[in-house]
Design a protein around this ligand. Structure first.
Ligand SMILES: C[S@@+](CC[C@H](N)C(=O)[O-])C[C@H]1O[C@@H](n2cnc3c(N)ncnc32)[C@H](O)[C@@H]1O
Length: 639
């Protein structure tokens, strides 16, 4: 999608060009070479499809919004150990440290009343990580202080979300790159992914640098621009820069014209040009002037806050988990929604968090430990095989999670699981394991208060404790494999599905997705959804969410769900702060027809539009009530 400025620029380049002359450069400066004004590239068929879905103007606004980060950061407070007011106070205190004596001024910057002056962090949060790397932490805190100076901090006013704190960011800023008509700035080109991370607040790390000016020394001021994929001769996309290229500041530089409007800030070189291409890690450029300023909360109030997108927080809330319930988070890593769910349940009940990646399951464990949560059990599991088929003779009646006569029966979640041990576990692990085992037995005791447990379950629990529980508190070495769970064994299921991620911001390129790849995502999601349907009990709830603007992965999944499973219905969501879903259908040139929502259904889903005033990522949430599955057995193909 070419913007007017781009078209004018192309025109001037082609028809008024004065090769290598200062006039050319002057013209380009005027038209905004050294600025941030990207145009998002899409696969042409995908672009056509989205224009049909949204209309040209709306899709153009979405495309522009996707290239910018949200103008605020969203912090979810761990309400088990803190409050929004306490967090706001602590952030204000960080500001005060920077500007002593300005306490009142700073307080007035907060939009909400800061109450609860004496609130202190309860003793459960880990102090160790904060002190482990004081240097890094001090740097992070300094950066945060710097950032908070001009920020507004406010408690979220949406009903039910008072545990969310907003911290305002700023941008886009005009940056003086120090270029003159005779002397271009020293610069680096970074990879597109690196640039997107920098726009979110990261530094430029060595692996992200692809090209650099000659004679750059440590301490030099460096302009940073992004190398974004361009159409290749083969019909694909490519960057076309060799790592280590020397930039001359001339039109002969790689992507010279393509980088117009892709300047994301400037910073101080932390090493020489030679160093950037010799070492394998470290900060290459310390970004001190950014197009967008968003505070980084890394290592700040660890365990007390979690940086999370607003729609993700809403998703966990919409699931409405209740204390004592058994919840499945089917694609859980890194655990943002898992921990939100556990906190909403006040850490009472069981949240089973699965992901197919071993390392990502460890990330969930670490996050759960950091947030002091005990009710989370993690497993490595392919969500496409989440239903345990070991007992082939099941029927829905005898496996249902019934609550008759106050007697609750449940299948033990690890009945199909085993521990994957790391043979390199050293002696220091043994102590950790012991505390894990204590933890597990506490958890088991807690769980037993509310469950009928069969002798077989007790035997399995003993085995589990002997092997080590693989629970969240034992970071690091082990992940339990699961072979799946019994049908109807969960009260609520969250399927935060892997998707095309076309709602994530900021984004500098969107051309990698084709119509075919979008359809493949949708197929994958339907197969996962089929598993979710089998695992949720009658009377239970399924929440489905994605971070994409693609209706094929959103509204079309809802259509599939409602048309395939007659016992599913769309449920009202709380809170409901997103927009309505898309009603209608799309006919493709190959004859494929994609059905979306029917009139009346659109208000029961939430669609977060990146171009709306909420200024969030693109996101979609659907909530289903699971009606009675009575009479549905394996013979009945509906389940
Ligand atoms: C959108 S992310 C989940 C984010 C997470 N719910 C959160 O809020 O932190 C999707 C996750 O699905 C996982 N995934 C992809 N395919 C999977 C599969 N077949 N089974 C289980 N997990 C899968 C990915 O590893 C990824 O972590």
């Amino acid at each position: 999608m070419k913007k007017a400025g781009d078209l004018l620029q192309t025109f001037l380049r082609r028809f008024l060009s004065f090769p290598n002359s200062n006039k050319t450069r002057k013209m380009e400066d005027m038209l905004g070479r050294y600025c941030y004004n990207p145009s998002l590239r899409w696969n042409p068929e995908v672009e056509e499809y989205f224009i049909k879905a949204y209309g040209a103007d709306h899709f153009s606004r979405i495309s522009i919004a996707l290239t910018h980060p949200s103008c605020y950061s969203c912090l979810r407070v761990n309400t088990l150990y803190s409050t929004s007011d306490a967090v706001i106070q602590k952030l204000v205190a960080i500001m005060e440290e920077t500007e002593p004596g300005n306490a009142n001024d700073n307080l007035s910057k907060c939009e909400s009343n800061v109450v609860g002056a004496g609130l202190k962090q309860k003793g459960c949060l880990k102090e160790t990580n904060i002190t482990q790397d004081m240097d890094y932490c001090n740097k992070a805190t300094d950066a945060l202080k710097e950032n908070l100076k001009t920020r507004s901090i406010s408690k979220c006013q949406f009903p039910g979300l008072d545990y969310v704190v907003f911290v305002g960011g700023s941008g886009p800023h005009m940056i003086d790159y120090g270029n003159t008509h005779y002397r271009p700035p020293k610069e680096v080109i970074v990879s597109r992914k690196c640039a997107e991370a920098v726009l979110r607040g990261a530094q430029v790390y060595v692996p992200g640098v692809v090209a650099c000016s000659a004679h750059v020394e440590k301490g030099d001021t460096i302009a940073v621009s992004a190398a974004v994929e361009q159409p290749g001769l083969d019909g694909g996309w490519g960057i076309g820069i060799t790592r280590g290229t020397v930039l001359q500041g001339l039109e002969t530089d790689p992507l010279y014209f393509e980088r117009n409007g892709l300047y994301i800030g400037k910073g101080t070189a932390m090493m020489s040009r030679a160093g950037m291409f010799r070492v394998s890690e470290g900060v290459a450029v310390d970004m001190n002037h950014r197009v967008f300023n968003l505070p980084s909360f890394r290592d700040v109030l660890e365990g007390e806050i979690f940086l999370q997108n607003l729609p993700s927080i809403v998703t966990a809330h919409v699931l409405d988990p209740q204390m004592g319930e058994r919840i499945l988070d089917m694609c859980a890593a890194p655990g943002g929604k898992t921990t939100a769910i556990a906190i909403l349940m006040k850490d009472k009940g069981e949240v089973v968090a699965v992901d197919r990646s071993h390392n990502k399951v460890m990330d969930i464990q670490k996050l759960a430990a950091e947030m002091g949560l005990n009710c989370i059990t993690t497993y490595k599991l392919d969500a496409l095989k989440a239903v345990c088929r070991r007992n082939e003779s099941y029927s829905t009646t005898d496996l249902s999670f019934g609550k008759q006569n106050g007697d609750v029966t449940i299948q033990n979640s690890d009945m199909c699981s085993h521990v994957e041990r790391d043979s390199s576990v050293g002696p220091e692990r043994v102590n950790a394991d012991r505390s894990c085992m204590e933890n597990a037995s506490n958890c088991n005791e807690k769980a037993n208060e509310r469950r009928y447990v069969s002798k077989a379950d007790i035997r399995k629990n003993i085995r589990k404790v002997r092997n080590g529980p693989g629970r969240n508190q034992c970071n690091g070495d082990r992940v339990q494999n699961s072979k799946g769970f019994s049908p109807n064994s969960f009260d609520r299921v969250l399927l935060d599905a892997p998707c095309s991620a076309l709602g994530l911001r900021p984004r500098l390129f969107a051309g990698e997705e084709t119509i075919l790849s979008l359809r493949n995502h949708a197929k994958y999601q339907r197969r996962m959804f089929d598993q979710a349907v089998q695992l949720a009990r009658s009377g239970g709830v399924i929440v489905y969410s994605t971070c994409t603007i693609n209706p094929g992965e959103n509204e079309a999944l809802v259509r599939y769900a409602l048309d395939t499973y007659e016992f599913l219905s769309l449920a009202q969501q709380y809170p409901s702060i997103g927009g309505p879903g898309l009603v209608g259908r799309c006919e493709f040139s190959d004859g494929y027809i994609e059905e979306w929502l029917r009139p009346g259904e659109e208000k029961l889903v939430q669609r977060f539009d990146p171009s709306s005033s909420l200024d969030t990522i693109g996101f979609f949430i659907a909530k289903f009530g699971v009606g009675s599955k009575d009479g549905l057995t394996r013979e009945n193909p509906a389940i």
